[in-house]
Ligand binder design. Structure first.
Ligand code: ADP
Ligand code: MG
Length: 292
């Protein structure tokens, strides 16, 4: 591209709230065939709320919520905030943790008042050797509703299932439809459970889902999409999206996302609105067309 047309293109983009960091980024995006997006915080608001909590016989709901919220209070994970907010809304007092450790991609392992509190995905319970089959039907239903089911173990015994729901952002559905009209395939890459991811993908009209991807494996998931020579643009916001943003042919970060995502990306969407993605594609195509 000639420098002048690239400058005009990047200038127009900036007016639309899309920051191309280089002329290469502007050129790269028009060649993309697949747009892959992170789910939490990218397609969804990233502010989940607690929607369900069922305890097994012998456990009291309020006690379980208080213990889980106490365990989660030091965690930065969006799920943690959902649980803490719910406990506070019910006026439940939190206890300081004796210890608290994230198990990335699986859940959280904490000790609260001498009680071991482990909370996380079904694969976390499997890793702990716990059989969560008694909640199987309920978990499947929660997933089909687009909610994320989570299990709670207290001192090594299964105690409860809870669910959080993270609303889809305004503009996400339209953005996917616009990308389709532009002839692009749209994929989702997420650490969330498969049923939940499928339900959200269905609501958004997304073609392809890779779920239960461990935090370190998002770049590998992008590489899988690139196999066969397809050019892939990846859109994300989180710390664990940075390797995928770097691996993609073009990385696009949500401007309100984490610093490392914004720094790693080739393109920054200043607002969280995903309609910036098809807008950026359209601009990159028209700029390059003007040159040829
Ligand atoms: P994502 O950001 O796509 O949800 P993560 O790798 O952060 O992916 O988390 C994957 C899954 O691990 C979550 O969907 C949840 O089931 C579980 N998990 C992670 N952190 C926590 C936490 N602090 N509390 C409960 N569950 C968690
Ligand atoms: Mg995210």
């Amino acid at each position: 591209a000639t420098p002048v047309s690239v400058m005009v293109g990047t200038g127009k983009a900036a007016e639309l709230g899309v920051l191309f960091k280089s002329g290469d980024a502007l050129e790269g995006l028009q060649a993309a065939q697949v747009v892959a997006l992170d789910k939490t915080g990218t397609l969804t608001r990233g502010r989940p709320e607690l929607t369900d909590l069922s305890v097994l016989p012998g456990f009291a709901r309020a006690d379980v919520l208080r213990l889980v919220a106490s365990a989660e209070q030091d965690s930065e994970h969006p799920i943690a905030r959902a649980v803490v907010n719910a406990a506070q809304a019910e006026g439940l007092p939190l206890t300081a943790t004796d210890s608290s450790q994230a198990v990335p991609g699986f859940g959280l392992d904490a000790v609260v008042g001498g009680m071991r509190v482990q909370v996380g995905a079904d694969r976390y319970m499997a890793q702990l050797g716990l059989d969560a089959a008694s909640f199987g039907t309920q978990a499947a239903q929660l997933g089909d509703e687009g909610k994320t089911p989570l299990y709670v173990a207290l001192d090594g015994a299964l105690a409860a299932i809870l669910a959080v729901a993270d609303p889809i952002k305004d503009g996400s559905r339209e953005a996917v439809a616009a990308l389709h009209r532009q002839g692009l395939k749209v994929a989702m890459i997420t650490g969330d459970n498969a049923r939940t991811a499928q339900a959200i993908a269905r609501q958004l009209g997304i073609d392809r889902v890779q779920a239960e991807v461990l935090p370190g494996d998002k770049a590998k998931a992008v590489r899988a999409l690139q196999e066969g020579g397809q050019k892939v643009a990846f859109v994300g916001d989180g710390i664990n999206d940075a390797p995928a943003l770097a691996q993609a042919d073009v990385g696009l970060a949500i401007g309100t996302g984490t610093d490392v995502a914004v720094e790693t990306a080739d393109v920054v969407l200043m607002s969280g609105d995903l309609r910036g993605v098809p807008n950026a594609v359209a601009l990159s195509r028209s700029t390059l067309r003007n040159i040829r």
